[in-house]
Write a new protein. Structure first.
Ligand SMILES: [Ca+2]
Length: 400
C-alpha cells in the first residue's frame, strides 16, 4: 500500500518475475544433490559386491569343513562383514528416503514452474507494479486538456503559486473539459474522520480509473483555486442509493490559506438540480436554522481545530472535517452509511455522526452513496452546449 498510488502492488506479474529469478538457482542445487546421491550409490554398490565376495569365500571355507585355524579367523571376519552389511542396508534405506524427498521436490518444482509459466503468459505486457501516471503536466486539469490530453487519469499539476507539483485525478470529457477532482466518495472504503494535518495534506487513495476515495487536501485545493484570477466553478455531483444523480455548481469558488483556516467562499449558486444546500436549510427546528447551516464564508473545522459557530465542536460530533457553521446543511465528508438510511440512534460513535448530506435533495437522515467535488475554470463549464451539456456529462458517470 502506498498513499500516493493506491492498492496497486504487488501484481501477479511481480510474483512471476520473482519465481523466474530464483528457479535457476534451485534447479542447480537439485542437480548437484542428485549427482552426489549417484556417487554415494556407486560407492555402496562397490561395497555390496565386496561383501558378496567375502560371504562366498567364507561359505566356501566353511564347506571345506577342515577345522583349521583359518576357519575361525574367517568366521569372526564373517561376523564383521555381517555387521558391515547391516550398516550398508541402513544407509541404503536412508538414501531411498532422500531420493523420494528429491523426487517430491522435483514434482513440486515442476508444479511451480507450470504456475510460473501460466503467470508469465498472463503478463505478456510489460509488468506494471505501479499505477500509470500520464506524461502531460499543467497548472490544472483544464490546462492539461488544453495541451491535448483526452483520457481521464492521474496527472501531475503545478498551480502558479505552488512550490512543487502534485498528483491529481483529472476527469477529461469528450468536450475537452478537464475537471480537477478534489474529493471522491464511492463505497465507504476510506474513513473521513481525520485531523487538521490530514485534511491539510490530503488522504485516501488516488487511482487512474476512479475506483478509490480521497480528499485531495486543503493546501492543494487552496493553491488550485487561488493561483489564477479567472473564476473557478466547483461542481458537486451526487448519487443516491437508488442510482439517481444530481449536481450543483458554484461559481467563483475559492479556498483561503491555512492562516485563514482554509475558509470557503463562492460568488453564487450557478445552477444544478440538487438544490443550493450550501446556502443553508430551514429544518424547522429554529427560525435561524437557515442562517446557521449555511456554508459560504465558513472556515474549515476538524475535531482538533474548532473554527465553527457552535458552542460545541461540529467536526468532533460529526466525525469529519468540513466548513462547519452550526453545523451544516451540506456535509459531503460525513460518515459513510451503507444503504443510506440512518437514525439519530445509529449516529452515536462520535456523539452525533451525520452521514453524507445534501439536504436540499434528501432529508437529513439520508446519507448519499457517492459524491464527487471537482473544479474547472468558468470559461469551460458550458463547453459543448450550455447547462444541458453538464447534465448529459454527469449522466455518463458513476453507478457502475
Ligand atoms: Ca465550536
Amino acid at each position: 500500500m502506498n498513499d500516493g498510488f493506491g492498492k496497486y502492488c504487488p501484481t501477479t506479474c511481480g510474483v512471476a518475475d520473482y519465481m523466474f529469478r530464483y528457479l535457476p538457482g534451485v534447479d542447480e542445487d537439485l542437480t548437484w544433490m542428485q549427482n552426489e546421491l549417484e556417487t554415494i550409490a556407486n560407492l555402496t554398490q562397490g561395497a555390496d559386491e565386496t561383501i558378496t565376495y567375502m560371504k562366498d569365500s567364507a561359505t566356501a571355507a566353511q564347506k571345506s569343513s577342515q577345522p583349521d585355524p583359518y576357519y575361525k579367523k574367517s568366521s569372526s571376519m564373517l561376523d564383521d562383514v555381517l555387521r558391515f552389511e547391516k550398516t550398508i542396508i541402513a544407509q541404503e534405506e536412508q538414501m531411498i528416503e532422500l531420493q523420494n524427498l528429491i523426487s517430491a521436490n522435483e514434482r513440486r518444482m515442476g508444479d511451480l514452474r507450470k504456475l510460473a509459466l501460466q503467470l508469465q503468459q498472463k503478463c505478456n505486457e510489460p509488468c506494471r507494479d505501479t499505477v500509470q501516471i500520464q506524461p502531460i503536466t499543467g497548472t490544472d486539469c483544464q490546462d492539461i486538456a488544453n495541451k491535448g490530453a483526452t483520457t481521464s487519469g492521474l496527472y501531475y499539476v503545478k498551480p502558479a503559486k505552488a512550490e512543487g507539483q502534485f498528483l491529481v485525478y483529472c476527469e477529461i470529457d469528450a468536450f475537452g473539459r478537464g475537471f480537477t477532482v478534489i474529493q471522491r466518495r464511492r463505497d465507504g472504503s476510506v474513513d473521513f474522520f481525520k485531523d487538521w494535518i490530514q485534511y491539510k495534506e490530503g488522504f485516501g487513495y488516488l487511482s487512474p480509473d476512479d475506483t478509490t476515495e480521497f480528499w485531495l487536501g486543503n493546501e492543494k485545493i487552496h493553491l488550485l483555486t487561488t493561483s489564477s484570477t479567472l473564476p473557478t466553478v466547483l461542481r458537486i455531483e451526487l448519487v443516491d442509493w437508488e442510482g439517481n444523480k444530481r449536481y450543483a455548481d458554484y461559481n467563483m469558488f475559492r479556498i483561503g490559506s491555512e492562516a485563514d483556516m482554509y475558509r470557503l467562499t463562492y460568488g453564487y449558486y450557478f445552477g444544478g438540480d440538487a438544490g443550493d444546500a450550501f446556502d443553508g436549510y430551514d429544518f424547522g427546528d429554529d427560525p435561524s436554522d437557515k442562517f446557521f447551516t449555511s456554508h459560504n464564508g465558513m472556515q474549515f473545522s476538524t475535531s482538533d481545530k474548532d473554527n465553527d459557530k457552535y458552542e460545541g465542536n461540529c467536526a468532533q460530533q460529526d466525525g469529519s472535517g468540513w466548513w462547519m457553521n452550526k453545523c451544516h446543511a451540506a456535509h459531503l465528508n460525513g460518515k459513510y452509511y451503507q444503504g443510506g438510511r440512518y437514525t439519530e440512534k445509529d449516529a452515536g460513535e462520535h456523539g452525533f455522526d451525520n452521514g453524507i448530506i445534501w439536504v436540499t435533495w434528501h432529508n437529513r437522515w439520508y446519507s448519499l452513496k457517492e459524491t464527487t467535488m471537482k473544479i474547472i475554470p468558468l470559461s469551460r463549464i458550458a463547453a459543448g452546449g450550455g447547462q444541458q451539456a453538464g447534465v448529459k456529462q454527469f449522466g455518463g458517470l458513476g453507478g457502475v
